[in-house]
Design a binder for this molecule. Structure first.
Ligand code: T5A
Length: 213
């Protein structure tokens, strides 16, 4: 692992509980005396938040697939250079709600771009920075829909509103990444309670805590 803080990303489909679990993890780490920077993608810096608005809020046809991938990579580049790397260098732990594997799963698995192309953009934009640990938060499509309907009613953004086949390809891509790289990924079953999911996450984070102690 690099010098400085640890970098943890939470990944998965919409409604899996990533934001909820990112907050709970940040609180638990702070209680243990760890300095935590909680952030999200797309976003995290003023420039990246502006790109978020372009990506998720645009009315009408939206972006073509390659432009979409470039915009996510551009937002990530600013986020990595201005927030993530400086925080890690200060010894802070960065907890990021979505990161590179979302581009690989959505623009790659869902949209059809090659993994090689997504990783090439990441090499240019963010010098290939990878998390120390990626928590893949998994939930059944039915449970995700129940949670999102309860929270948002009929409102969706332009990516989460894509059809079920797209989201099935996204979920399959996430699962494949985790299988291919078990050293970086921990798969978390989030179909149960918030507390149960949080317990699994703390178990996955324990080796990092021990390593940093
Ligand atoms: N995207 C993003 C790309 O296409 N490429 C990229 O490179 C990146 C970075 C981002 C969109 O952009 C796409 C993916 C997305 O479509 P977003 O607004 O950031 O959009 O949305 P999501 O990340 O999808 O976040 P969501 O809020 O939809 O899902 P979360 O964060 O997984 O879920 P969360 O924690 O908000 O929980 C949803 C609801 O369920 C409840 C919560 O209280 C909440 O109401 N809940 C539970 N209820 C019962 N039991 C539990 N265990 C629960 N856990 C949470």
């Amino acid at each position: 692992m690099r010098e400085g803080g640890a970098f943890i990303a939470l990944e998965g489909g919409e409604g899996a509980g990533k934001s909820t679990q990112a907050r709970l993890l940040a609180e638990a780490l702070r209680e243990r005396g760890v300095e935590v920077k909680l952030t999200r993608e797309p976003g995290g810096t003023p420039g990246a938040e502006a790109i978020r608005g372009l990506l998720l809020g645009l009315d009408g046809e939206g972006w073509n697939l390659r432009a979409e991938a470039l915009l996510f990579a551009a937002a990530r580049s600013d986020h990595v250079e201005r927030l993530i790397r400086p925080a890690l260098a200060r010894g802070q732990w960065v907890i990021c709600d979505r990161y590179l594997d979302s581009s690989r799963a959505y623009q790659g698995g869902g949209g059809g771009l090659s993994d090689q192309d997504i990783l090439a953009l990441h090499g240019i934009g963010s010098q290939g920075l990878l998390p120390d640990l990626t928590l893949l938060i998994e939930v059944s499509p039915k449970e995700a829909e129940r949670r999102l309907t309860q929270r948002d009613g009929d409102v969706t953004d332009r990516i989460s509103g894509r059809d079920a086949a797209y989201h099935a390809r996204v979920a399959a891509a996430f699962a494949r990444f985790a299988t291919e790289d078990p050293a970086r990924f921990a798969r978390i079953d989030s179909n149960g309670s918030r507390e149960d999911t949080h317990r699994q996450i703390m178990t996955a984070v324990t080796p990092l805590l021990a390593h940093m102690a």
